[in-house]
Design a binder for this molecule. Structure first.
Ligand code: NAD
Length: 458
C-alpha cells in the first residue's frame, strides 16, 4: 500500500487547447479502490456463469453502443486529450471494433485434448479473476478498450484506472456498458492518481493481474510492486522507434508519411518514429521534402476539421518537451496558435548524433531527430542502440533487404514502406524495456486467462 496516500477529493479535468477546466470528477482513494475490487470479486461467480454466447452478445452490444455515440465520444476525447477531431473519430471507431473483435472470443476459448496413458487429458482457458487496468492519457479510450474487451471476454471482472488527465471517455464507456446490459460491478472505472489509486490496485491481494500501459519508469515500479504478491502483469511501455529510410526508397512517399509518424498526436505516441535514420546519400533530398511537409502541418483547435496537430497534454509535458531543444540544431519548426493552450510546434532536429539526449530519450512531443547512416549494418546497429523496442519502419524498394532489416531490428511491431503499428487483429507490444506481453490479435486472450490441465483416469 502507498505509505501516505492523501487523495484529492476532486480531479479537475483540463482542456489542453484552452487551459480551462472542462469537468470536475470525484476522485477515488485507497478505501474506494479496495471497495471496488471487493465488489468486482463478488461479481465474479455470476459473470463466469454467463453463457459464452450471452457474454459475446454483451460485448457486441457495448461495441454497438460506442458506435452509436461515436461523434459525441470523439468530441469529448478530442477536447480532453487535445487531439484532432478526425484522429479522435478514428480512435473511437477502433474502440467499437475492439469490442466487436473480442465479442467472438467467449465462444472460442478452446482447449486441447492431449494423448496420455490411462485416461483423458484436457486443457481449459480459465479466467484470472479481478483484473486491474491502468492506462495513459495519450490514446485514452482506445488503449483502455484493448484491455477491457479481452479481459471481459475471458470471464474476468475489471477495475480500470484511467489517467487522471483524461478520464472522461472511460466514464462514458462505463455508462454505455451498463446500458448494454453488463451486470453491475463487472466493469468499474476509478478516477484518481497513480500513486494512490494505481498503487492500491496493484497491491490489492484480490487483484489477479495488472495490465498497464504507460511510461517505462512507472512500469518498472508496478512490476516491482506486483512481484510482492506474484500478481500477473503485462506492461506496454515507452518507445524510441526508428524510421529507417534507404536511398533506394520512394523518398517522396517516405517524406510525406514521416510527419504523421512522429508528429501525430503531437508526438505523444509510444510508436512515434522519432529517430529518422536516413542513408547519407539521401539525407539532403529527404530533409528538403520532410521540412516542407512539416512546415505545412496545421496546428490548432482540435475541433477544427482542418487541424492536423493539437496541443500537448499539459503544462508539465510542455516544459519537459522544451528541455530537449538545448543541445541540438533546429533544422525547421512549424507554427502554433497564439493565446492559451499547451502549444509546441512540430520540430525537426538535424543533423543529430546518435548519442544526443534528444536521440536517446523518449521525448513524447513533436520533435524528430534526423540521423544519417551509411549502410545496412550501421542502420541495424543504430536502430537497436536503445533500451526500447516497440515499433519502427523500413523504407526501401529492395524486398530482401526490407525483410533482413525487419528480422534484425529488435522491435515488437515493424512496418515496411508504411508507418502503421496498430490493427485490432494483429499483436501489438514491445521488445526490451518497451514491455512484457502483447495486446490485440489472436494472442491477447492468453494474457487474460490461465491454462488449466485436467487429467481424468479412465
Ligand atoms: P505514466 O506512466 O505517467 O502513467 C500511466 C498510468 O499510470 C496513469 O494512469 C497514471 O496515473 C498511472 N500511474 C502513475 N504512477 C503510478 C504508480 N506509482 N502506480 C500505479 N499507477 C501509476 O504514463 P503517461 O504519461 O500517462 O503516458 C505516457 C507514457 O505511456 C509514454 O512513456 C508512452 O510511451 C507510454 N505508452 C505506451 C504505450 C504502449 O502500448 N507501449 C501506449 C501508449 C503510451
Amino acid at each position: 500500500m502507498p505509505s501516505n496516500p492523501v487523495p484529492d477529493a476532486v480531479v479537475d479535468v483540463i482542456e489542453p487547447a484552452t487551459e480551462a477546466v472542462m469537468a470536475r470528477v470525484p476522485a477515488a482513494d485507497v478505501e474506494a479502490t479496495r471497495a471496488a475490487v471487493a465488489r468486482a470479486k463478488a461479481a465474479l461467480p455470476a459473470w463466469r456463469a454467463v453463457a459464452p454466447r450471452d457474454r459475446a452478445l454483451l460485448l457486441a452490444r457495448i461495441g454497438a453502443g460506442v458506435e452509436a455515440e461515436l461523434e459525441a465520444l470523439a468530441r469529448l476525447e478530442a477536447r480532453n486529450a487535445g487531439k484532432p477531431i478526425g484522429d479522435a473519430r478514428g480512435e473511437i471507431a477502433l474502440v467499437a471494433d475492439t469490442f466487436r473483435y473480442f465479442a467472438a472470443a467467449p465462444e472460442r476459448l478452446i482447449g486441447q485434448t492431449i494423448p496420455v496413458a490411462g485416461g483423458v487429458n484436457m486443457t481449459f482457458r480459465e479466467p484470472l479473476g479481478v483484473v486491474g487496468l491502468i492506462t495513459p492519457w495519450n490514446f485514452p479510450l482506445a488503449i483502455a478498450s484493448w484491455k477491457i474487451a479481452p479481459a471481459l471476454a475471458a470471464g474476468n471482472t475489471v477495475v480500470l484506472k484511467p489517467a487522471a488527465l483524461t478520464p472522461l471517455t472511460a466514464i462514458e464507456l462505463e455508462r454505455i456498458a451498463r446500458e448494454a446490459g453488463l451486470p453491475e460491478d463487472v466493469f468499474t472505472v476509478l478516477v484518481g492518481s497513480g500513486r494512490v489509486v494505481g498503487e492500491a490496485l496493484v497491491a490489492d491481494p484480490d487483484v489477479a493481474k495488472i495490465a498497464f500501459t504507460g511510461s517505462t519508469a512507472v512500469g518498472r515500479r508496478i512490476g516491482a510492486l506486483a512481484a510482492e504478491s506474484i500478481t500477473r502483469v503485462t506492461l506496454e511501455l515507452g518507445g524510441k522507434s526508428a524510421n529507417v529510410i534507404f536511398a533506394d526508397a520512394d523518398l517522396e512517399a517516405a517524406a510525406a508519411a514521416a510527419p504523421g509518424a512522429v508528429f501525430g498526436n503531437a508526438g505523444q505516441d509510444c510508436c512515434a518514429r522519432a529517430r529518422i535514420l536516413v542513408q547519407r546519400s539521401a539525407v539532403d533530398r529527404f530533409l528538403e521534402l520532410f521540412v516542407a511537409h512539416t512546415k505545412a502541418l496545421r496546428v490548432g483547435d482540435p475541433l477544427d476539421e482542418a487541424t492536423q496537430m493539437g496541443p500537448l497534454i499539459s503544462a508539465d509535458q510542455l516544459s519537459e518537451v522544451r528541455s530537449f531543444l538545448d543541445e541540438v540544431p533546429i533544422a525547421a519548426q512549424g507554427r502554433t496558435p497564439d493565446g492559451p493552450g499547451y502549444w509546441f510546434p512540430p520540430t525537426v532536429l538535424a543533423p543529430v548524433t546518435p548519442d544526443a539526449r534528444a536521440a536517446r530519450d523518449e521525448i513524447f512531443g513533436p520533435i524528430a531527430c534526423v540521423i544519417p547512416f551509411e549502410g545496412e549494418a550501421e542502420a541495424i546497429a543504430m536502430a537497436n542502440d536503445t533500451i526500447y523496442g516497440l515499433s519502427g519502419s523500413i523504407w526501401t524498394r529492395d524486398g530482401a533487404r526490407a525483410l533482413r532489416m525487419a528480422r534484425a531490428i529488435e522491435s515488437g511491431t515493424l512496418s515496411i514502406n508504411s508507418n502503421t503499428s496498430v490493427r485490432v487483429t494483429t499483436p501489438f507490444g514491445g521488445f526490451k524495456q518497451s514491455g512484457i506481453g502483447r495486446e490485440l490479435g489472436p494472442d491477447a486472450l492468453n494474457h487474460y486467462t490461465e491454462l488449466k490441465n485436467v487429467f481424468m483416469a479412465t
